[in-house]
Design a binder for this molecule. Structure first.
Ligand code: SAH
Length: 490
């Protein structure tokens, strides 16, 4: 088959090309190293072989280039679809050319998929455009990896100094003092603006702004992109100004439901740690009671759904939407109503307050002849609704639509939680299982809950609740968190 040399982009996994994503989705082998985002590996099929040829964290040995070439040739000759993921662009200081040449020599088909290079994307994320009309008329991308003190060097730093354009130096941290000396010797003024950006486009991006004369005095660490030139004076720093930039936020809800919350948090700049502490499973009866109730759904006046999971399972059991003719639907909040909407069902009732008490308040009394309510929900839930409805004269059938079970956390999960600034809870069960797993003292300092019920559970379990969302939706939770961590100046 073909070996694809795919640019993984500068760090943010969302900056992969469409072609790159398409190829990853059907890769049989993925060969990667530390500069490509780990999240990209999740795009590959579950059964794909994932081979790490990069440096281990902490500076362990990386696989020699000849071995990487041999690996690509071997899997290519074996007829597999191979994606060689390379940070940024595969040909920008990345030895993609050597890999392509090795494949060509071995008669293996290959294709090169360009990537967004860190040379332009990283400065942009740090607020620095790489060219600027009138003041920066050239852009030179140069490697700082060569030892500038050795007798022969291919980089003519003095000539670059005379260009007066933008210099983007990759792999330059280790040799920066010597590079600086030679740029100064070439006549570049010491007060020329300069910046170093570590882990650009990622949530842990760090920017140091200085001048050519002083940048090397800062404690810089690889991998960093260094920019020297007038452009480095620019501060178009939209990226680091996002309200949750620099915050590490744990998302505890199920893997299937985490997406929307995680995406919103990331857009606002947060580093998101998805640690699902619960999983949704069939109720103990395997869903038999729900199936029976759904089969007789026409005999109810109302179906009440108190969570997106309950709504999803109820809808999945419906044979035909027409079975609901004459039956009204109540959803506890917009998230639950949204699930109904996805099945072309409109909720007749969504209360103003998205809690059981709010739903109860909004619910009408039964007609004189009495009425029946089907409540499809989690196996374990509060009694507020069924008891309240019954006391109002409704006949209520409560059926378990699903149950939440704890997910076993491993050591890495516990470490990720401990290293975070914020934890988000979207249900009581997420609080219970997280606290059971790590104990109340290992929970991150900022505790954000979707509403009063979840917050009450958190308090009962010994947590200090920092944020309780006044609007009990994912958006409401995120807004409340932003309001707390990054209030708009009044
Ligand atoms: N092919 C890559 C560059 C590989 S050389 C590309 O096109 O981006 C590796 C160097 O790139 C690093 O030492 C660093 O200087 C730079 N680099 C890569 N990713 C980076 C990131 N997220 N932030 C800052 N610099 C990065």
């Amino acid at each position: 088959m073909t070996v694809y040399l795919v640019g993984a982009g500068p760090g943010d996994p969302a900056l992969l090309t469409v072609r790159g994503a398409e190829l990853l989705r059907r890769a049989e082998v993925v060969v990667y190293d530390r500069l490509s985002a780990r999240e990209l590996l999740d795009l590959a099929p579950a059964g794909a072989l994932r081979l790490d040829v990069g440096k281990q964290p902490g500076g362990g040995p990386s696989t020699p280039q000849e071995e990487i070439n041999a690996l690509l040739v071997e899997h290519g000759l074996a007829g597999r679809t191979v994606v060689r993921l390379k940070g940024g662009d595969p040909y920008v200081f990345a030895r993609g050319a050597e890999e392509a040449a090795a494949l060509a020599a071995a008669g293996v088909d290959y294709e090169v998929v360009p990537g967004i290079t860190s040379a332009v994307a990283v400065p942009a994320a740090a607020g620095i455009p790489v060219t600027l009309r009138y003041s920066s008329t050239s852009l030179t991308v140069v490697t700082g990896h060569e030892d500038p003190t050795k007798d022969h060097t291919d980089v003519d730093w003095e000539a670059l100094a005379r260009l007066r354009g933008t210099l983007v130096i990759l792999m330059g941290v280790a040799h920066l003092p010597e590079i600086t000396r030679r740029l100064l010797a070439g006549g570049l003024p010491p007060d020329t603006p300069a910046a170093a950006v570590r882990w650009g486009t990622r949530p842990d991006q760090e920017t140091v702004r200085a001048t050519l004369g002083t940048l090397h005095e800062h404690r810089l660490r690889a991998p960093a992109t260094i920019v020297v030139g007038e452009v480095a004076r620019q501060r178009l720093d939209w990226f680091e100004r996002r309200p949750l930039f620099g915050r590490r936020v744990v998302v505890t809800r199920t893997r299937a439901q985490a997406g929307v919350l995680s995406a919103r948090l990331r857009e606002l700049g947060a580093a998101v740690e998805e640690v699902p502490v619960i999983r949704v499973e069939d109720p103990v009866d395997g869903g038999a009671a729900l199936a029976r109730a759904v089969a007789a759904v026409g005999s109810y006046d109302w179906v009440v759904l108190t969570s997106p999971n309950g709504a999803a399972r109820f809808c999945a059991g419906l044979r035909d939407g027409r079975d609901l003719a004459g039956v009204r639907l109540a959803a506890i909040g917009p998230g639950t109503a949204q699930v109904l909407a996805e099945h072309h069902l409109v909720a007749d009732l969504v209360p103003e307050r998205y809690v059981a008490e709010g739903l109860l308040e909004a619910f009408a009394d039964p007609p004189g002849t009495g009425g029946r309510v089907l409540l499809a929900r989690a196996a374990v839930a509060r009694d507020v609704l069924p008891e309240g409805l019954r006391s109002r004269g409704w006949g209520v059938d409560v059926v378990p639509a699903y149950r939440t079970v704890p997910v076993e956390l491993d050591e890495a999960d516990v470490r990720r939680i401990a290293a975070s600034d914020v934890v988000t809870f979207t249900s009581s069960s997420t609080v219970e299982h997280l606290v059971a797993a790590v104990g109340p003292d290992a929970v991150p300092p900022v505790v954000a809950c979707i509403g009063p019920v979840t917050a009450a559970t958190a308090r009962e379990l010994g947590l200090a609740v920092t944020v309780e969302a006044p609007v009990h939706t994912v958006d409401g939770l995120v807004d409340a968190l932003v309001g707390h961590l990054a209030p708009e100046p009044s």
